[in-house]
Ligand binder design. Structure first.
Ligand SMILES: [Zn+2]
Length: 524
């Protein structure tokens, strides 16, 4: 935090320097990658403004998770409350979000009497300056070349010519092929001061390559820790750029083009037994629900993560002599709240839950509970086999799809899961899974939003962990100060440690393969 502030300060000192010396560190004739730095700046500005225009074609999902912190003598800072927003972003309407959450009217979050967080405010940190990124408004100073991951970048410090609200001060990383900004770090106004009508927060904003010459905003980390009354960290993720509006008439063209490999096979239609017909009907419900959640953009494209999840499931099946048909599939829900649930023979686990699980045995415990639902015959509601039940606007998805289980089925799945784990190779390693659940139970009071599921059953009830409670009870107490006990680590503590890029959180797409598949170009 402190170093970030220092960078911003550098930016401001720079501003004065520039006013006097016109162009320190960079001359119009200086060659950078075959072109002059002056020409590079023109290209950067043009590219950024092109991106702002391009973004109006998309309606990505944007998720913001905020943790408010308090100082703790031995642990540094500890979370004391949290807040969550999930919306579909409309850039055309001026970076406005349409909430997917079932909490209408609750569009803001009152941190205290003076500070109100607005989801659109966090979303606005995906661009440098939506209305005035021009040469006359900004000064640039070239610093050096640097690799960001494997992307070769030019780094500039930039500052506004005149201090105005919404004008950005800080550092930009620009890839040196097409001059797209791939990361920026700084603040869109003066540092926040309580009592002011509008506060700007420091941000570290990342973009991801989503196709030739296309870098789209994917991740923003933000924090303020100077003032005890304004002490928080937040992360905003964006994805689902490829999801098309369902009403898009061009989709019809795409269907015609894509349908070459799909053929109706009338010869396959045969008389089926009532049991087979029931299965087919349930399968229809399962496929419909999954397809609908996919269309909203809430599932990651299947990738390497699914292979890992399915390997753990196979391990559980083999050691328990189970032959589940059709084979159990998995999907990753791209949101942060910790949850897992089952739709027919598809197990869904949230990205947030995958991120905090400390090891394979903990993952196996979560998957065992879901596998238990499947082997116990807990089927999806077949009302979803009727297509009309899934015709609704994307922002209604969380409100219209109901896959929660009743308490009897939950208890049954827990009992069965304990049985499956007992015979599994994970049996001896369940201590960490129990520790994870215990750590979760310690935080329930403070982090209700992280533990509030979108679709599935909550893993907690009131202030108690109910999911897999027997595994938790077998684990030792959590000692937060002991580093050899790695239990639940909300908001990316582990990601922070594992980030190869920057020592910060890892952008989601690096961990979950294939999140952004780029703009669709299948149209004829
Ligand atoms: Zn369950």
């Amino acid at each position: 935090m402190r170093h970030r502030r220092r960078r911003v300060l550098q930016g401001r000192i720079l501003l004065f320097g520039l006013a006097v010396l016109t162009c320190p560190g960079l001359t119009a004739s200086q060659q950078e990658g075959g072109i002059t730095a002056d020409r590079a700046i023109d290209k950067i500005i043009a590219k950024e403004n092109e991106l702002i225009k391009k973004l109006t074609e998309f309606r990505p999902l944007v998720e913001t998770y905020i943790q408010n912190l308090a100082k703790d003598e031995s642990l540094g800072a500890v979370p004391i409350s949290d807040k969550y927003f999930l919306s579909r972003l409309d850039v055309k309407a001026g970076l406005r979000g349409q909430s997917l959450l079932d909490r209408p009217g609750e569009k803001k979050f009152h941190l205290n009497r003076t500070v109100v967080f607005e989801p659109d405010g966090f979303a606005s940190m995906i661009v440098i300056d939506a209305k005035g990124f021009t040469r006359s408004n900004y000064t640039f100073r070239f610093l050096r070349r640097e690799f960001l991951g494997d992307v070769r970048c030019l780094i500039f410090d930039i500052a506004p010519v005149k201090r105005q609200a919404g004008r950005f001060t800080g550092r930009i990383w620009v890839e040196d092929q097409d001059f797209n900004i791939v990361r920026f770090n700084g603040i869109h106004g003066p540092p926040p001061k309580l009592g002011e009508p509008l506060l700007w927060f420091h941000c570290d904003s990342w973009r991801q390559n989503a196709g030739p010459n296309l870098w789209l905003p994917s991740y923003v980390y933000s924090e303020e820790t100077e003032d005890p009354k304004l002490n928080f960290k937040a992360q905003t993720r964006l994805w689902g750029y490829n999801v098309q509006k369902r009403t898009d008439l061009n989709e019809f063209t795409a269907v015609l083009v894509d349908s070459g490999t799909v053929r109706d096979a009338p010869e396959a239609v045969q008389d089926v037994s009532p049991l087979m017909a029931t299965r087919a009907w349930q399968q229809q419900a399962e496929d419909n629900i999954i397809r609908r959640i996919e269309e909203t953009g809430l599932f990651a494209a299947p990738g390497a993560v699914n292979t890992i999840l399915e390997t753990v499931i196979r391990n559980l099946e083999i050691t328990n002599n189970l032959d589940v048909q059709p084979e159990v599939r998995t999907r990753v829900l791209l949101t942060s709240p910790l949850e897992s649930f089952t739709i027919g023979h598809t197990i869904v686990i949230s990205r947030g839950l995958i991120d905090v699980l400390p090891d394979e045995a903990s993952l196996a415990s979560v998957l065992a509970h879901e596998l238990a639902h499947i082997v116990s015959g807990h089927n999806p509601n077949t009302k979803y086999a009727f297509s009309d039940s899934l015709l609704f606007d994307d922002v209604e998805t969380l409100r219209k799809i109901f896959v929660r289980r009743d308490e009897r089925e939950e208890a049954q799945a827990d009992a069965k899961a304990a049985e499956l784990l007992e015979k599994s190779p994970y049996k001896e390693r369940l201590k960490d899974a129990g520790l994870f659940l215990r750590a979760m139970s310690d935080r329930i009071r403070f982090l209700p939003e992280l533990l509030r599921p979108h679709f599935g059953n909550s893993m907690v009830r009131g202030s108690e962990v109910v999911r897999l409670a027997s595994i938790m009870q077998a684990a030792p107490e959590v000692e937060l100060k002991r580093h050899d006990q790695i239990a639940a680590l909300p908001l990316g503590a582990r990601l922070r440690a594992s980030c190869a890029f920057c020592g910060f959180f890892l952008p989601v797409s690096v961990r979950v393969v294939g999140v952004i598949r780029g703009a669709r170009i299948t149209r004829a």
